[in-house]
Design a binder for this molecule. Sequence first.
Ligand code: CP
Length: 316
Amino acid sequence: MFSNIQNQLFNNHILSLSQFDRMMLEDLIQAILYMKTHGMPNALSGKVIGSCFMEPSTRTRLSFDVAIKRLGGHVIGFDNNENTSSRKGESLSDMMCVISSYVDAIILRHPKEGSAYLASQLSSVPIINAGDGSNQHPTQTVLDLFSIYESQNTLDGLTILCVGDLKYGRTVHSLIHALSYFKVQFIFVAPEGLQLPQYLIEDLDHNHIAYEVYSHLEKAIPQADIIYMTRIQQERLDDTEYQYLVTPYLLKKAMLKKAKSNMKILHPLPRLNEIELAIDHTPFAYYFQQATNGMYARMALLTLLLNKQAHWGTLT
Ligand code: CP
């Protein structure tokens, strides 16, 4: 299985969804399936990965850490920028230049849009964008796509309802980009002032992807195959924006009475109060399986990034 595919990810940076196409994403889904069913304990044998988190993270950092360990690699790095020499004024450029001389790849989370691209210009090893401000979070999107595929058995013909902070939510930006390679339609529900940025609307128009904008969440639910909930990205709002923000949308169990039987709810997490806890124990909830899939998705991505010929059968 997959022993003949061209590994276009080998030795490349992972910065944005624009570097993928439909075929690459379909191949990745198969690679994640393989990781989930077989694993590959020696794929990163002898490799050291730098994990550089300059913004808080639970899932992304820990799922990368555990993915590296399950593939037989080692991880070094930091999860708190306060303990690095950036506190003394060192630039990101210098930091990336030095760390890339120690490791085989760097995972970077940073609060500024474009930081992963900047790092890629200075690093001698692949940079993996683990979230750059409100811009992109490509590895989250890979696990989101896999979770949609796993729950629906297809990525075509689906209606995806995106809810919440569509302005600053980088996971939803990356997801919309990725799903545009497939035959989907979107419904957007966002609080006043947090609607999808114009450039993404223009991308949808350019790609002839159908979308509708609703103000009532409950009215949109019966059409949805996937509800993709997001939290308000308070850390990216200025005080004025936050002060005037309307109440965020809350998905309640009672609102799901007319949902399709196989509809699934995703959320990149962390959840604040967007999803009522009572939903957790319904068959609609898929956000915890989604978070688990993050580990397998990152195992697949790291394996492809650092092994030219990912002969799935022979690397095990
Ligand atoms: N989904 C996500 O990026 O979660 P963390 O911020 O906890 O990594």
